[in-house]
Design a protein around this ligand. Structure first.
Ligand code: GUN
Length: 295
């Protein structure tokens, strides 16, 4: 039996949320304000409903105030922009998110651009993306930040290693690759592979660290993994499963059963990266409350 270690995102996130809650109580005891996160949810997509519900629960666990603003699927772009503007100028709100994806008739980028970057706790605004890419203080996208926190929490050496990032989304792949490359974060040699990459398997096979964010269940198979590699699975595809009460099973991008015995460390799905993403949003909201990056 190989001796791989499970990276427990759930336990790590619980420990970090406890630290955040303790800091909030110190702030409040000293006469400060509880951080306030607002979430805007459009429509009734099952995944988005679950994510936003979990974000609201995490706010309670951290001692934050939260507000949920809901719109039906047929909300207009103008109405949504007006909501963003209200949240931008509401002094009670420290940070807010607009849950993605948005309905097709709304220009997602236009909404993101309208968010005041000082309240953009998702780190999606081009000012935050740009500052992140040149190593300036800013809100960093929650999933990449959660993965960095996990690697650090488990004392996994990244400096000088070869890291392959699978996927090039604005939310995960691109910022993850940037951060893994930067000296003060991953300090790795980074390769980004995507759906049109040639030699993807060979690239993976050489990697010390694989971060899979491609959205295809069980895409990373044992023949793509070097013995001793660190495997981070960002996938959360809902695959139908009649044995589950919900009717689906959250499935990662990694064929866990066959890959785990080869790995030194591996994140499970669920219970790996997912809980850390929400935890990072809480960290960003605390930073917003403290005006840590922007006055
Ligand atoms: N949809 C999937 N992930 C995210 C996220 O981190 N933030 C927002 N706002 N929407 C998402």
């Amino acid at each position: 039996m190989a001796e791989y270690k499970i990276i427990d995102g759930k336990a790590t996130s619980i420990a970090i949320k406890k630290e955040i809650a303790e800091e909030v109580e110190r702030i409040v005891a000293a006469g400060g304000k509880r951080p306030h996160l607002a979430a805007v949810l459009v429509g009734h997509d099952g995944g988005s409903e679950t994510y936003v519900k979990n974000k609201v629960i995490a706010c309670e666990q951290c001692g934050f105030v939260s507000s949920l603003i809901r719109y039906e699927e047929n909300v207009t772009e103008e109405e949504l922009l007006a909501c963003v503007n209200r949240l931008n100028s509401d002094e009670n709100i420290d940070g807010f998110i607009v849950q993605l994806p948005l309905p097709k008739h709304i220009d997602e980028q236009k909404i993101i651009m309208a968010i005041d970057y000082r309240k953009d706790v998702d780190g999606f605004h081009p000012i935050n993306v740009g500052r992140m890419s040149i190593g300036l203080p800013c809100f960093v996208s929650a999933t990449p930040l959660g993965i960095l926190t996990l690697l650090r929490h488990y004392n996994i050496e990244t400096s000088g290693k070869k890291c392959v990032v699978l996927g090039r989304s604005n939310i995960v792949g691109k910022p993850m690759a940037q951060l893994m490359m930067q000296k003060q974060y991953g300090d790795c040699t980074v390769t980004v592979c995507h759906s049109h990459s040639q030699n993807l398997k060979e690239e993976c096979k050489q990697a010390d660290i694989i971060i899979a964010a491609i959205g295809r269940p069980h895409f990373v198979t044992a023949d793509m993994v070097k013995p001793g590699a660190v495997i981070v699975d960002v996938g959360t595809t809902r695959v139908p499963d009649s044995s589950k009460k919900s009717g689906f099973k959250l499935t990662g991008d990694v064929d866990f059963e066959n890959v785990a015995p080869l790995a030194s460390y591996i994140t499970p799905v669920p219970g790996g990266v997912g809980p850390m993403t929400i935890c990072s949003l809480m960290k960003n909201t605390l930073s917003a409350g403290k005006k840590e990056f922007y006055k």
